[in-house]
Design a protein around this ligand. Structure first.
Ligand SMILES: [Ca+2]
Ligand SMILES: [Ca+2]
Ligand SMILES: [Ca+2]
Length: 355
């Protein structure tokens, strides 16, 4: 028979889907506790005459019971919210995302916990909790997922089912520095459902449903080896903040002489220009950046040449938004920049005349 090309294509697609399925998928495995019974029969003849059929064991089935595979699988699922911002409180913006799959052949319970390793944080995070993705949105929100902390708690996961959990860091210290990191491991440990870790040391009996740990790959948490009934994976929080570097230089713009070729000297009457560079080398925008510089002694304010934000002048009494008519009244200049974007820098420049 010649097969229709469409059927072949469909079969090919099915084959691709099967090939793409996760390696740990255990759908279809026989459920733990299932008794397996069967009986053999023997027929025979004597002198060409059929004899009575003989069943094995007089007709009593040979029986065994399928044991329980216990296999939690924990996997980091990148959240996009792994950035810590100094001073955040009650934030929904700082969490790691994990999936926990029950890859055993029976609904099972697991105790959830976490471990911190490799932290370079100048202050440890406070109030870190494990929260279930209750509304199955794939992201953490207090309104959708609640605040029930599952750290140290036992959860039950149906067989061949994957649930999502978050490690949430609601609060961060204001003193955290750019690029500091901390790695958090989510750990799922097989549990009897009452807070006691499952034990797979019971020797096998054919009639009994024994527990068998089948986690064949070691996890990331300390001491999480193979075939120990637990699994773990890690995600990393990274601090992102603004880090400003300020450098200042001075140059002669005009010394009042017209020699040829022009050589500039810092003589009385010469105009000197100060350049202050503000560089945000951090990963987060800096806001409300306010630069203030005083007019040095033995000089007189001449002009405020560069400020991308809002200029102000101090006239000896207070800050004013318009350059004072009498330049010698100016004692300080101020430049307020609303936002200095992460990874950018700006110059602020003003000039004075040497007295
Ligand atoms: Ca959610
Ligand atoms: Ca058994
Ligand atoms: Ca393990």
């Amino acid at each position: 028979m010649k097969r229709h090309p469409l059927i072949l294509t469909s079969l090919f697609v099915v084959a691709l889907l099967l090939a793409a399925a996760p390696a740990f998928a255990a759908v279809g495995e026989t459920t733990a506790g299932t008794p397996i019974n069967n009986n053999a029969t023997v027929d025979y003849k004597v002198n060409g005459i059929d004899q009575t059929q003989v069943p094995s064991d007089g007709g009593v089935d040979t029986t065994f019971v399928v044991d329980q595979k216990v296999k939690p699988v924990v996997a980091n699922a990148v959240s996009g919210a792994e950035t810590l911002t100094p001073g955040e409180t009650g934030s929904e913006n700082q969490w790691l995302k994990f999936t926990v799959t029950n890859d055993g052949n029976k609904d099972a319970s697991f105790k959830l916990s976490y471990e911190v390793t490799g932290s370079t944080l100048s202050t440890a995070l406070s109030g870190v909790v494990i929260i279930a993705d209750t509304d199955t949105s794939g992201s953490y929100t207090a309104a959708g997922d609640g605040s029930s902390d599952l750290n140290g708690q036992v959860v039950t996961i149906a067989r061949d089912t994957t649930l999502t959990y978050f490690i949430v860091a609601p609060d961060t210290d204001a003193g955290l520095l750019d690029s500091e990191v901390a790695t958090y491991h989510l750990i799922a440990t097989a549990d009897d459902g009452t807070g006691t870790a499952l034990d797979d040391s019971t020797p096998n009996t054919l009639a009994g449903e024994e527990v068998v740990f089948t986690d064949s790959s070691a996890g990331t948490a300390t001491g999480d080896g193979t075939y120990d009934g637990k699994d773990s994976d890690s995600g990393t929080f990274t601090v992102s903040t603004a880090t400003l570097t300020v450098t200042k230089s001075v140059a002669i713009t005009d010394d009042g002489t017209a020699d040829t070729p022009e050589e500039l000297f810092a003589i009385p009457g010469a105009v000197m220009e100060y350049t202050i560079n503000i560089d945000n080398g951090g990963g987060t925008d800096a806001t409300s950046v306010i630069l203030i510089d005083a007019i040095p002694g033995n000089t007189t304010y001449e002009s405020f040449t560069t400020c991308s934000g809002t200029k102000a002048w101090h006239n000896g009494t207070g800050w004013v938004a318009v350059e004072p008519a009498t330049l010698s009244d100016v004692t300080q200049v101020r430049c307020t920049i609303a936002t200095l974007t992460a990874g950018t820098n700006q110059d602020v420049q003003f000039r004075v005349t040497i007295d």
